[in-house]
Design a protein around this ligand. Structure first.
Ligand code: FES
Length: 273
């Protein structure tokens, strides 16, 4: 709870006695998040080359999974093309329905909030650096109070990880010329499975997951399974920032890999049995 009587030291916006290069970290955060946002938006609206299957592989971009509505020949769940209920004046892409879950997870993540508040609107600028305003209101009023939705976004995000693991499993099976499925491992399989594992590390290290798994209890004594799970989630949680960045970069690279393969710009190295 913010202290109503608390006042920040009176210091002009951006003024500081810090001598280190404190501005590098927010600048890097700004560049990486902006770059990812531009690429993910382009990839989501592009609506093509999200599924590679020309040489018997089954590689689906994570931006489009689960594929509820897809193009002919893609592994869609519900139907082909544009759903009938979609407003005709809006452009449609299968990825738009999906990015809402993982996108909200990242946008409301406790770690990312700390990072992008500094990087994008400089409030706060950084520790020990002059604030743009004199009081501190926290996240207790609109619109930032909406960030509390994070505790509920965890559940759909966890379901997305399960779907991506299934995609990773599907990527281990390749069709030959007769349409017979063979087990194998391709570079794409490694990329897709790594993507699911990294996103799992990020998602299950969420502070909300830690709370749900046992953090809300006063004691875990006499609950060995829950205690083990709590220990695992806590271990992931202690490195949440690293999981956040590595999984973010990897999911973008995974989409890029599937896209380039589907467009015929690269070849997938693989062994099949
Ligand atoms: S706190 Fe980062 S995903 Fe929940």
């Amino acid at each position: 709870m913010p202290d109503e009587n608390f006042h920040l030291p009176q210091r002009g916006f951006g003024n500081t006695q810090r001598t280190d290069k404190w501005w590098i970290q927010p600048l890097v955060v700004f560049c990486v998040l902006s770059g990812f946002g531009v690429y993910a938006t382009w990839a989501a609206f592009q609506g093509e080359h999200y599924f590679s299957h020309a040489n018997g592989e089954h590689y689906l971009s994570p931006f489009y999974s689960p594929l509820l509505y897809g193009e002919a020949g893609s592994p869609y769940w519900i139907g082909e093309g544009v759903p009938g209920w979609w407003p005709s004046f809006l452009p449609f892409s299968p990825a738009m329905l999906i990015l809402i879950g993982p996108g909200l997870m990242r946008f409301t993540c406790y770690y990312y909030r700390g990072a992008y508040y500094k990087a994008f609107w400089m409030d706060p600028v950084s520790c020990g650096v002059g604030e743009p305003r004199k009081g501190y209101r926290g996240e207790n009023s609109f619109p930032l109070i909406m960030q509390n939705v994070h505790r509920y976004v965890f559940y759909p995000a966890a379901a997305f990880v399960m779907v991506l693991l299934y995609d990773g499993y599907k990527s281990l099976w390749f069709l030959d010329d007769q349409g017979v499925s063979h087990f194998g491992i391709g570079v794409g399989s490694v990329v897709l499975i790594m993507n699911a594992l990294l996103l799992g590390g990020y998602t299950f290290g969420c502070h909300c997951a830690r709370h749900q798994i046992g953090g809300y209890l006063n004691s875990l004594r006499g609950r060995p399974i829950r205690s083990k799970c709590y220990g695992c989630v806590s271990a992931l949680n202690s490195r949440h920032m690293y999981w956040a960045w590595v999984s973010l970069v990897w999911v973008g690279l995974t989409d890029l890999y599937v896209r380039l393969l589907s467009m015929g710009y690269i070849t997938d190295l693989r062994i099949t049995f």
